[in-house]
Design a protein around this ligand. Structure first.
Ligand code: GLC
Length: 477
């Protein structure tokens, strides 16, 4: 008898069906877990505000897992939107009636010609800050040329949406505190981005490329989305008090009443809630996904629910359940594209023809019907958990705006990001969970407004507001 035999006695053989049940259960959220996390979110928000009060503009991870960054925003023109799959330069003309006319140019930053030799293109750790910011400057140049703005004497003001954690003490200065979403630009070079002012980096690149433009404001994509939804929302909706991104990454900003008491310069707080990590119902797959990521131990909530990680969670749960019956193609990292996951969960045909077709195409896999059904059920569970966790965070932040009571008339939440905008099912799941977290009456006070391309437009709106009105001092390079 080995000295471990007393342990072995308790280990039972687990069939595929058992494993299916177990993993399906892992992703099925219990009301109790969610309400615990909801209270944890509320506590964390309190801690975030207190942290900023005690030490403004300094993130103390031991105090709060979210950064709670000051945006310096108190509630034609150009905007740059950088931070997802695409780099977008956008030209917006505001007509004052809440309507915007835009023209834009976009490119995929992974394919940028200057960095094509690098495995991850401009995201690569060997791509330099200069390469990245030159590429952004070229996009702006392109659209300015198309619109005949290159001959201007005064530089064109630019609002710069930079969708990462940025430390701001003023509107036109933004220090990148760290990358997320798989970006590693410059980390293996002497010309990195982390710790530097991205407004200066872009200004210098604009000068290098002879583009008559200057960055007047930097903002996170959540802030851009909130501003754009506030500007464009139908007047029948209550005021827009939150901006949420459910896309490649996850994040939210919200309007905090009396933010000055907590030493904020603005009253919109960029929570960086993708970093939330209290009372999260982690399972073994979440731990593996985190381990395989470029920023281990960080952005834990983001990794459980955002568009960049959902396909990986889906792929890995298939491996866990089907083990040796899973096709060998499925063992390769990141072989399940996001669009396919969306199509799988949306397939409501009786024989699940779409699911079968995708499994065949992606993984050369033609499993028996009951396996096809299991695959779909697992994918749905992964997405449903994502919506459940997102709804908890949205509920908690909405509560903090102070408008979540009938007498206040509720609030509008501006949302952008393909997970939400491209996926009706996801939206339904989110509403279902909001109802169960807050109760239907309270949940009905939250109105969602899709802010299409909101982050770019928001940047231009902010850029224009600044040049139209306020005195904005000069940044020291
Ligand atoms: C990541 C970034 C955050 C951004 C979000 C959505 O979480 O850290 O700044 O808002 O992605 O793009």
């Amino acid at each position: 008898m080995s000295k471990f035999s007393h342990l072995q006695r308790n280990i039972k053989y687990e069939s595929l069906e058992d494993r299916f049940k177990r993993y399906h259960f892992y992703f099925t959220m219990q009301q109790e877990q969610l309400s615990r996390m909801y209270h944890s979110c509320l506590n964390e928000i309190r801690r975030g505000l207190e942290m900023h009060k005690e030490s403004p503009n300094k993130w103390l991870p031991e105090k709060c897992s979210m950064m709670f960054l000051d945006t310096c925003v108190k509630m034609v023109f150009y905007g740059v939107d950088f931070g997802g799959t695409n780099l977008r330069a956008i030209r917006v003309e505001l007509d004052g009636n809440g309507r915007t006319t835009t023209s834009q140019s976009r490119c995929n930053i992974r394919d940028d010609a200057a960095a094509r030799h690098l495995p991850k293109g401009l995201l690569d750790k060997n791509a330099t800050a200069s390469m990245l910011f030159d590429s952004i400057a070229r996009q702006i140049k392109k659209i300015m040329e198309e619109n005949g703005d290159m001959e201007r004497v005064d530089p064109v003001p630019i609002g710069f949406t930079f969708s990462f954690a940025i430390d701001q003490k003023r509107l036109d200065s933004a220090i990148l505190t760290g990358w997320s979403k798989g970006f590693e630009t410059g980390t293996a070079t002497k010309d990195g981005v982390i710790g530097r002012d991205v407004c200066c980096l872009l200004d210098v690149a604009l000068e290098r490329q002879n583009v008559p433009a200057r960055v007047v404001a930097a903002l996170n994509d959540t802030t851009g989305t909130m501003l754009s939804a506030a500007y464009e929302r139908p007047r029948s909706l209550p005021p827009c008090m939150m901006g949420v991104i459910l896309g490649t990454g996850l994040n939210a900003c919200y309007y905090q009443p009396a933010a000055g008491e907590y030493n904020y310069a603005g009253n919109i707080i960029n929570t960086e809630c993708g970093g939330f990590d209290r009372d999260l119902p982690w399972n073994i797959i979440d731990i593996e996904v985190d381990f395989a990521s470029t920023n281990r131990g960080r952005q834990r909530l983001e990794k459980m629910l955002s568009g960049m990680f959902l396909p990986e969670l889906c792929r890995r749960v298939v491996l866990k359940v089907f083990q040796s019956e899973a096709p060998k193609e499925a063992w390769t990292h990141e072989t399940m594209p996001g669009e396919c996951c969306g199509a799988i969960i949306a397939d409501d045909s009786e024989d699940l023809a779409v699911v079968k077709e995708i499994l065949e195409e992606m993984w050369q896999w033609t499993p028996p019907q009951e396996h096809v059904e299991r695959v779909k059920a697992l994918f749905v569970a992964v997405f449903d958990r994502s919506a459940a966790l997102a709804s908890v965070m949205i509920a908690a932040l909405a509560k903090k705006t102070g408008r979540l009571q009938p007498a206040m008339g509720g609030l509008t939440v501006g949302v952008d990001g393909s997970l939400y905008t491209q996926n009706i099912l996801y939206r339904q799941m989110l509403c279902k969970h909001l109802n169960s977290v807050l109760g239907e009456d309270t949940a009905s006070l939250i109105h969602f407004a899709i802010a299409d391309d909101g982050s770019g437009k928001g940047a231009a709106i902010l850029g224009s507001a600044i040049t139209a009105g306020t005195e904005n001092g000069h940044r020291h390079h």
